[in-house]
Write a protein that binds this ligand. Structure first.
Ligand SMILES: Cc1ncc(C[n+]2csc(CCOP(=O)(O)OP(=O)(O)O)c2C)c(N)n1
Length: 273
């Protein structure tokens, strides 16, 4: 990754976090933990890898992204608005009546969202469907973001088996392994064991990275994208739930929490320092 691009992506990630903090503070609450934890991934994907056109969100030549942990919609909205898919003022309508930005991703409401998600596990299957449809197209990649808590869903493993069986090597999945789910640590609620061994056993190419290191993210995504060896790829990202805002990181129950204007402002100042 070139040094200039690395700097740009890091600054994009900062911007994405700031936008989210403003959005959540305006609403007063939201799914902030798991949104902040995928900010570096979104900055890397949209800032250095994915093909898209903000003026033509349905551009047929675009790469596709399914954010299966659909409660992280606000992170995607912050990313899309920075890229010009819709005006920044729209962020202030998050989750309010008639909004184009519902709490969870909705492809029929928001320009730039490729799949409606929210019921955990289902995005794994829909991403497989998209990848199957685009399988013979060497130019496009289908990206899928899963949560680690989400990997407790049987549907994820049914999709993992399907993707390997159909040789969907245009599919690159990520697991946001922040160690937490809605109401506690994944390891105390339903231990996941080694996700690496599980995906390997299902026939996937597997990499593990620091999900807050844009260089590692970039290298692993490029490696997965270019491999095309007949196997789908997964990148397990070790992350911190709430990463980038101390008041969220330090809160145990940070899946969905209240966010005051003062807390958001202090976190924004910290990010700008
Ligand atoms: C099928 C289904 N069951 C339960 C929920 C409620 N729910 C929303 S988020 C969540 C926890 C998800 O944890 P994880 O996938 O680790 O997300 P992250 O920590 O990255 O936000 C749960 C149980 C849901 N959305 N869908």
């Amino acid at each position: 990754m070139q040094a200039t691009i690395k700097k740009e992506v890091e600054s994009f990630a900062r911007e994405i976090r700031i936008m989210q903090l403003e959005m959540f503070a305006n609403l007063g609450f939201g799914h902030i933990g798991g949104s902040l934890s995928i900010s570096d991934l979104l900055a890397t994907l949209y800032g250095s890898i994915m093909k898209f056109d903000p003026k033509n969100p349905k551009w047929s030549e675009r790469d596709r992204l399914v954010v299966s942990k659909g409660h992280s919609g606000p992170a995607v909205y912050a990313t899309l608005t920075c890229l010009g898919f819709f005006p920044k003022e729209m962020l202030l309508t998050l989750n309010q009546g008639g909004t184009m930005l519902p709490s969870h991703c909705d492809m029929n409401r928001t320009p730039g969202i490729d799949m409606t998600t929210g019921s955990l596990g289902q995005g794994a299957s829909t991403a497989c469907g998209i990848a199957l449809a685009l399988k013979d197209d060497r130019e496009k990649t289908v990206f899928l973001i899963l949560g680690d808590g989400e990997c407790q869903e049987g549907q994820v493993w049914e999709a993992a088996m399907f993707a390997a069986g159909r040789k969907l090597d245009n599919l690159v999945a990520f697991v946001d392994r922040n160690g937490k789910q809605l109401d506690g640590y994944t390891e105390s609620i339903m231990p996941l064991g080694s996700l690496e061994h599980k995906f390997e056993a299902f026939g996937w190419n597997v990499q593990t990275v620091d999900g807050h290191n844009v260089e590692q993210l970039y290298d692993s995504i490029m490696a997965a994208k270019t491999l095309r060896n007949g196997h789908p790829s997964v990148i397990i990202m070790d992350t911190i739930k709430g990463k980038g805002a101390a008041f969220v990181e330090e809160t145990m129950s940070n899946h969905h929490m209240t966010v005051s204007k003062e807390q958001a402002e202090a976190a924004i100042q910290e990010l700008l320092r």
